[in-house]
Ligand binder design. Sequence first.
Ligand code: NAD
Length: 368
Amino acid sequence: MDELGIGLIGTGFMGRAHALAFRSVSAVFELPVRLQLAALADADIQRAQHCAAAWGFTQAHAEWQQLIANPQVDLVAITTPNHLHFPMAMAALAAGKAVYCEKPLAVSVEQARQMHHAAQAAGVVTRVGYNYQHNPLIVLARELIGNGELGQLVSFQGEFSEDFMADPDAPWSWRCDPAHAGGALADLGSHLLAMARFLMGPVQAVCADTQTVHQQRPIHNGSPQRRGIAVDDQAHALLRFANGARGTVSSSWIKHGYKNHLSFEISGTLGTLAFDQERLNEVRLYRVGQKGFQRLLAGPELPGYAAFSPAPGHQLGYNELKTLEVQELVMALCGQGHAGTDFQEAWEVERLAAAIRLAAQEQRWVEL
Ligand code: NAD
C-alpha cells in the first residue's frame, strides 16, 4: 500500500481534531504510507465544502453513504454524535473499509457487540478515539505498573469531571438524549473506564449510583421552553478488578471549576502513581522509602514526546495525543501496530458502562 485514502465524517469539535491529526501526522512521524485526504462529509453540505477546502480534503459529500462508497476512501473516520456511530461503522465495515470511530462506540451494548463482530468478520483494522491512552506518560505509567514498580495493585481511584453542563440553563443537546448515549457516564466516564481497563485490566463487578441533578434544560440556548432530561449528570461507582484490586470511578459534567479532569491515583503494595489530564505532561510517583511524591515530567526520553520536541518541559497538548492515536492507527493499517483500542476493547468498555447503569438502576452489585 503506497497511499491511504482518508474519509472523515463530521466537522465539529472532533472532526477538526481528526483533520488536524491526519494533516500533521506525516510531518511528525516517518510513515510507511502516504496519506491522501480524500473526502469529507457533513450533513451541512456548505460546512462540508468549506471545511474540505480549508482542511485540504479533495472532495466534499452531503451524504455519508457517498463517502463510504467513494473508491478513494480506504479508512472511514467517524466523528458524529454517538447514535450515528453504529449505522456509519456497520456500512463502512460492510464495504470492507477500516474504521476509526469516536467514543463511546455505540448507544447500547448490543450495538457495540454487533460492531465488534462485524469488524472481526470484515478482518479490517478498527480503532476508537480513546486518545488519552496515547499520552507518552500514560504509556510509561502502564510500563511502570507492568514492571511491578507499584508492587501488587491495591486500588484505583478515578474521576473524569468537567463543568460544561453545570449551568442549569446550558441547553439540551444530543448529549442529553439516552437514545443518543447521552449523559456524563457515556460522554466522560467512558474515557475513564477505558483508562481503568488499560492500566488495571478487567473489572469483575460494580456497584453504582447515578443522578440527574438538573431535570430540565432549555430546548435551545436562551429559550424559555424547557425539556425533560433523563440522563445522568453525575455517576459514582465502586469497582472490583479481576486482579483483586478495588476501585472507585466518578464522572460529572456539572462539577464547577473542572475543564478536563480525567484523573486517577493507583496504589500498590510498593507505591502510588497519580495523574491529572489538566496537567498532562506530568505524573506523580511515590515509592516506599521516598520522603514524598516525585514529579516525572514528560521529555524526549519518551518516544511519543520526542517525535514532537527534542526539548524537555516544552509540553504536549490534546491535539498531539490525537496525532499519536492516528500514528498508531496508520502503523496498524500497515501491519506494524497493535497498541490502540479496537472495537473489541471498546465493546468491553460499553459492557462495563452498561453494568454501572444497571447497578445504579437496581441498587445492587452487578457481575460482569
Ligand atoms: P459536534 O456536535 O461538535 O460535531 C458533530 C458533527 O457531526 C457536526 O459537524 C455535524 O454536522 C455532524 N453530523 C451530524 N449528523 C450527521 C450526519 N447525518 N451526516 C454527517 N455529519 C453529521 O460533536 P463532537 O463534540 O465533535 O462529538 C462527536 C463525537 O466525538 C461524539 O461521539 C463524541 O462523544 C466524540 N468526542 C470525543 C472526544 C475525545 O476526546 N475523544 C471529545 C469530544 C467528543
